[in-house]
Design a protein around this ligand. Structure first.
Ligand code: NAI
Ligand code: MG
Length: 504
């Protein structure tokens, strides 16, 4: 890893557009206008590539949250959005997507400054996916509806029965810091298509692109009060949203711990709740797989976004006969590609972690693994720099009870284990409280499908990992979540079914 020392970890200069945005006054976007927080408190914004404060955002108070919910409530109740012809909603959601595309370079730079992810990755991944989620859901605006149904125990012809799909109401949407703009768009797209209004709270670590999105929401012509964007802390602003009696639904992506808390706190008013939570997704490598190809893909599956991905391939199970060669393939791919660099470096594939807190968490796990007897096959250390860089790490000689095997690390840390046969690997892969994703690597198609049916997770990939599409349902089994996002199920989570029975 000597070549790492030669790479400069100094962040590059910001563009004039990004600097101007960072210099803006910290404000909240409520009822179509930029407003000050009631108590004037702010939260620092840090560039994780340098560890330096670069801006401040508003820390929404209870009064601010109540103001935002009242705006969303009024916008829902007077039907200024749900009452529009669906073609108008579809057009405005698509206009928002157009504006994101037109401002892609600035958004990608802001994401890189705020989150630490390489700008090139934001430009090639986060931004196009945000746009795709909006465009896909825009199309559902005019395509949801109920059905006319025949009675079963009532005489035919004596009643007219039909169902109608109606928007669920005011939505509180709380998103994490790993894919800020994409997660925001994944949340607002189905809500808007369904006719809901919303208050979105980005993560306190990464609010910049969502604030920029607010400008574009206004520019797209979406009426005031339909989309409200409030920055603030989870335990105050987030908690207030979840408990607010005028909120009808909560959609959350984040840690399993906070997901459970939100589910409990939303019970008082029996809000609809959808949760996208943590994972510990296995890669299962059968003996016929090519170790170099799989090693390269396994490195991407864990090191992409510095491992801060809910579906990161964080547990590797390779058949005993191929294990050593897969680790060799991983080591080669890691050395050639996954070397931490500052987020604005055009050569960066991997940046720092999002925060010092996350750095401490991840390095703490590596240390705990070592203490418990794991061996470090790759990495295991962190370059000394102002930013929160951690070198890509692979741990071997682990056992199933270690915290590094059981818990979501959310960093560039892979644990690699061996297996003997299909029963053995199915058992090991399912030996977790999570169930978000899993990938199977083999050319034996029959085996692929047999194993896919035995894995308890919301998504199973064959010969790939981490692939997502707006048209394919996404969500978790077990403690990885409740409900599904994207696809038809994604918009249905924002609709109520009303049954109308008319005696003729
Ligand atoms: P978190 O779950 O605390 O934060 C996610 C969002 O929830 C943020 O917007 C935060 O402000 C909000 N929030 C926090 N407490 C809240 C509360 N009491 N009520 C309402 N909203 C609340 O995640 P955090 O602390 O940033 O990261 C800790 C760990 O969580 C990570 O190390 C990782 O393991 C996991 N995580 C998983 C994610 C995923 O996509 N599955 C995303 C982010 C974190
Ligand atoms: Mg937290």
């Amino acid at each position: 890893m000597n070549e790492i020392a030669a790479i400069s970890l100094e962040q590059l200069p910001y563009s004039a557009a990004a600097s101007a945005f960072l210099a803006r006054k910290p404000q909240l976007f409520i009822d179509g206008a930029w407003v000050d927080s009631s108590h004037g408190k702010t939260i620092p914004v840090e560039d994780p590539s340098s560890g330096k404060e670069v801006a401040r955002i508003a820390d929404a108070s209870d009064t601010d949250i109540d103001h935002a919910v009242a705006a969303a409530r009024a916008a829902f109740d007077d039907a200024r959005w749900s009452g529009l012809p669906p073609i108008s909603r579809e057009r405005m959601i698509n206009r928002l997507a157009d504006l994101i595309e037109a401002n892609a370079a600035e958004l990608a730079e802001l994401e890189a400054i705020d989150n630490g992810k390489p700008r090139t990755m934001a430009q090639a991944g986060d931004i196009p996916m945000a746009v795709a989620h909006l465009r896909y859901m825009a199309g559902w605006s005019g395509k949801v509806g109920g059905e006319v149904m025949s009675p079963y125990a009532m005489p035919a012809g004596a009643v007219l029965n039909y169902t109608v799909k109606e928007p669920v109401g005011v939505c509180a949407q709380i998103v994490p810091w790993n894919f800020p703009l994409m997660m925001a768009c994944q949340k607002i797209a189905p809500a808007l298509a369904a006719g809901c209004t919303l208050v979105l709270k980005p993560a306190e670590q990464t609010s910049l692109t969502t604030l920029r999105l607010a400008d574009l929401v206004a520019e797209a012509g979406i009426p005031a009060g339909v989309v409200n964007i409030v920055t603030g802390l989870g335990e105050t602003a987030g908690a207030r949203l979840v408990e607010h009696p005028d909120v009808d639904k909560v959609a959350f992506t984040g840690s399993t711990e906070i997901g459970k808390l939100i589910n409990r706190n939303a019970t008082g008013t029996l809000k609809r709740v959808t949760l996208e939570l943590g994972g510990k997704s296995p890669l299962i490598i059968m003996p016929d797989a090519d170790p170099a190809v799989v090693g390269k893909n396994a490195a991407s599956a864990i090191f992409m976004n510095s491992g801060q991905v809910c579906i990161a391939g964080s547990r590797l199970y390779a058949h005993r006969s191929i294990f050593d060669r897969v680790i060799e393939g991983l080591a080669a791919a890691t050395a050639s590609t996954w070397v931490p660099r500052p987020s604005l470096d055009p050569l960066a594939r991997m940046g720092p972690l999002v925060s010092r807190e996350q750095f401490d968490r991840v390095t703490g796990y590596i240390e705990a693994g070592r203490k418990a007897g794991a061996s470090v096959a790759i990495g295991g250390d962190a370059p000394s720099a102002g930013g929160h860089y951690v070198n890509p790490t692979v741990l071997v000689d682990v056992d199933p009870e270690m915290s590094v095997v059981r818990e979501e690390i959310f960093g560039p840390v892979l644990v690699a284990q061996r297996f003997d046969d299909i029963d053995d690997v199915a058992r090991q892969a399912n030996d977790t409280c999570f169930g978000l994703g899993a990938s199977i690597w083999t050319n034996d198609l029959s085996l692929m499908h047999k194993l896919a049916s035995r894995i308890k997770s919301g998504t199973v990939w064959g010969n790939c990992h981490m692939m997502l599409d707006s048209a394919l349902p996404f969500g978790g089994f077990k403690q990885s979540g409740i409900g599904r996002e994207l696809a038809r199920e994604g918009i249905e989570a924002y609709l109520e079914t009303k049954t109308v029975i008319v005696k003729l």
